[in-house]
Every structure is written in C-alpha cells, then in structure tokens.
Write a protein of this length. Structure first.
Lengths: 104, 104, 104
C-alpha cells in the first residue's frame, strides 16, 4: 500500500462545498472530493461559544499536493480562517496510481 | 503547518452528542466540535453481532489535551465503553493558534 | 492508549455498504462498522470530471488485520477500483482489547 493524503474541511454551506470541491478537481489539485453532508459546529471564537451550520467535504490527493490544495481552498473560502485538516492514509497501489494520474 | 488532534466519537443519540460536545467546548478541552450526524453501527459484542443507531461527532483540540478530552468524554458518556479515536492532523499555523488560544 | 486502525470506504449505495459492512463484522475482520450516510463524489476518471452518489462506511479493526480487511472489501465491492483508506488512531486500552477480542 502507498500513502495518499486526506484533507477534511468545513464550508459555509452545501453550495460552497460543491463549488470549491469541483474547482479543486477541475484544477487537478485533488483526484476526488466527497461532499459529505451538513454538520452543526460548536466552537469558541474570541472567548465566546458560537454555533453554526456548516457543510463537510473530504478531498483525496497526493502527499506532495496536499499543502497547495489546502492553500487554494483557503483562498476560495468565504471564511477569514477556514478550518482544514490533512493527514496521510494508506491506500492500494492502484488508488495511488489513479490519484497521481488525475492530479498535476 | 502544525499538528492539531482530531477526536472522533460515537454517542447514543444527537442529544448526547450535542450535550457532551458543548460541554467540552465550554470547558475549553476542545476548540470546536462538529456534530456530524447519525450513523448505523454494526459490531460484535461478547461474540454476537449487534446493530445500533448512534450519532457521530468530531472534536478539534491540541495534541497535549487530546487524552484528557477523551477521558472526559468517556466519563460523561452513557456507554460503559465508548469508542473514541484520536489522530494527529496537519493544520495551518493560524488554526493551531486558534485552537491553542481557545483551549486551556 | 493503543493503536487501532480506521478504514474508510465509499460504496455504490447504502445496501452495498450495509451488506459488505455486516459481512466484515460477521467474518471477524472488523469489530465494528459505522454506516455513515450518503455523499456526492466529484472525481476525475480517465481525464473527465464525473459525479456519483455514494455511501460511506468507517470500519474499526486491528493494525494487523487492516490490509486483509481492505482486500476483502475490495473483492466484494461492485467497483473495479474501490477507494479505501486506512490510518492508525489512538484508542483506549479497553477499546483495543474489545477490537482484539472480537476479531480473528
């Protein structure tokens, strides 16, 4: 098995997740995005507890492109500070080949 | 990028996930919780295959607080043995700063 | 805490996810599967951007069984090339004991 990168991000709503998700696949920064569904987020911001409805997406890319993908998502995102997480995962060699083939 | 910790847990229902999720943010053991939605779990317990409806949540905290967060969630949880997983993820430096600022 | 393995996979639909998920628990290749819910996937395939509705599941097993679990899921899956990811996560010792006890 070989490593690919998963990137998890929350968006303001389903439309933003779909728009940015599709743009990242169009631009070959990710081979795939799963538009996962809505969530309710509870968080602290400047000391107060806030609650927001958001929408989650999970991107699949190469380890080498993960940082650039995160930066591009952040640049297109409606939040000043989007919350984006990346971690390496093992996948079959055929999946890695596919991810490499369909990204830059 | 810097490491933060993701913590995934399943709860008995949406109300429990929201109650414990909010408590962890109130107590500054997590900067954020995503209340993700329902799932159906199939599992073995004492040799028999069981099925339950549950509700998932994803917490974001510092690597240093992750273990204490898991212990606190377990203490408040309605199950004798909740299933909680923690793993490190890379996030932008601004996200790490936010997580550090809004937790203990 | 001890390491267990999470395995994330997408399936053609809820029925396939439930059928294969239950089979993996029946065969003691996983202690648990969370049938998470539907997603919309956007991906590149042979250079074109495609969109499909899928269904996600998250399996919990031992590090030693993770590769065999992935191979078995792939063998039962309706896709020629299913997308399956595995990563290690920290869990409480009681969870690891449970996962070990209920798997091969």
């Amino acid at each position: 098995m070989s490593d690919i990168a998963l990137l998890h991000a929350t968006f303001a709503d389903a439309a933003e997740a779909a728009r940015i998700g599709r743009a990242m696949v169009d631009q070959q920064l990710a081979a795939c995005v799963n538009l996962i569904g809505p969530c309710t987020s509870i968080y602290r911001w400047q000391g107060a507890v806030e609650q927001s409805d958001e929408y989650r997406a999970l991107f699949k890319t190469t380890p080498e492109l993960a940082r650039e993908l995160a930066d591009r998502i952040a640049a297109l995102h409606s939040y000043d500070q989007p919350v984006i997480e990346i971690w390496p995962v093992a996948a079959g060699d055929a999946v890695l080949d596919w991810v490499r083939r369909e990204t830059r």
